[in-house]
Ligand binder design. Structure first.
Ligand SMILES: [Zn+2]
Length: 349
């Protein structure tokens, strides 16, 4: 995402107004910027929300001779990876973009296919101009290569000429050879940090491998399950304990009670999405209706289904710890605390 709001953006300007302002500014640029000497532009409104800027003439040849050289050698390749324009050419085009986008904004989020801009900018060189430029470069390829090479900036690290420059933190304009080890070192460092975090978590979770467990039994009523489930922390559930943010479940069967020490309770409360052996094969719904198996619920007659429903219950694991709120976990067969609920008595306190 590259969200921005241009410094001259004004909601009262129409697309036609903006075209006028861009034209004036480009004329100004021609006077003061040597890159723009002899340049001529067409700036037009296209559709209701698009502006087309076409470069009709310009004072230098912006084509990238490396790309044209590649094309001469191999006419069927598309010159993959080689920029279309020389660094000087890109600087010229970027300046035009900068002038136009000062009136633009972009709040799009392409990941969700949401597009919101003041206008779409269509910027390019006129086809005839571009063709003329390419022919010129092709006819004098050595000279153009030499000129581009002479004008290339130098890498501040190794002093080599840089065609494609890279910035890394506070270092600007590096060549790829200099920047790539820096990127690799940063990535390695982050991977190492991540690995250490995982190891630390594993070590902490070891304390929850052996827990004190007692059989449950009995059906209780009125357990409140917050609507947003799969929270990793108990706090993520507590936050939802306002009326309307949970549903009240009747007929809850406690399959077992897990008694945790204060330390274990603290750890579990912050790692609810981790799998624990003592949560496996727990949770989900079943029924105490005699002779009716939940395995073939859909084969039951409507009356039998109703009997099954009337006697159905939700199976949970109760978590208790001295001095802490007890809570109920329905892993739904997944082995982690997929749903977490609290007794209504607790809420009333
Ligand atoms: Zn370098």
């Amino acid at each position: 995402m590259n969200h921005f709001i241009g410094s001259k953006y004004d909601a009262n300007l129409s697309i036609v107004d903006i075209c006028k302002k861009i034209r004036t500014q480009l004329k100004d640029e021609i006077k003061k910027n040597t890159l723009f000497e002899e340049a001529k532009f067409s700036v037009r409104k296209r559709d209701y929300n698009a502006i087309s800027i076409v470069v009709l003439e310009m004072g230098f040849n912006p084509q990238n001779p490396l790309r044209i050289q590649e094309y001469i050698k191999n006419p069927h390749s598309a010159g993959t990876g080689i920029p279309l324009y020389s660094p000087k050419g890109l600087e010229f085009l970027n300046r035009i973009k900068e002038i136009a986008n000062a009136y633009n904004y972009d709040k799009s989020d392409t990941q969700i296919d949401y597009f919101s801009v003041n206008f779409y900018l269509d910027l390019g060189l006129h086809y005839n101009l571009e063709e003329k430029q390419r022919e010129e470069v092709a006819a004098n390829i050595d000279q153009f290569l030499q000129e581009m090479n002479d004008s290339l900036p130098l890498c501040p690290e190794c002093g080599k000429k840089v065609l494609d420059s890279w910035d890394f933190e506070d270092k600007k304009g590096l060549c790829w050879d200099c920047v790539s080890p820096l990127i690799k070192a940063r990535d390695d460092n982050e991977k190492e940090k991540y690995k250490r975090q995982i190891e630390e978590t594993e070590q902490i979770l070891q304390k929850l491998v052996n827990v004190f467990e007692i059989p449950g039994g009995g059906i209780i009523d009125r357990i409140c399950f917050p609507k947003l489930n799969k929270r990793n922390t108990l706090k993520g559930y507590f936050e939802q304990l306002h009326p309307g943010q949970y549903h009240v479940q009747s007929r809850v069967m406690i399959k077992k009670v897990i008694v945790l020490t204060a330390e274990q309770y603290e750890i579990f409360s912050n790692h609810l999405l981790h799998r624990f052996e003592w949560l496996e094969e727990c949770g989900g719904s079943d029924s105490t209706a005699e002779g009716l198996s939940s395995d073939d619920y859909y084969k039951l007659s409507p009356e039998e289904q109703k009997t099954w429903e009337d006697h159905s219950y939700l199976e949970v694991v109760k978590i208790v710890c001295d001095g802490k709120p007890a809570f109920f976990v329905n892993p739904e067969g997944y082995g982690y605390a997929r749903y977490v609920g609290f007794s209504e008595d607790y809420l009333e306190k």
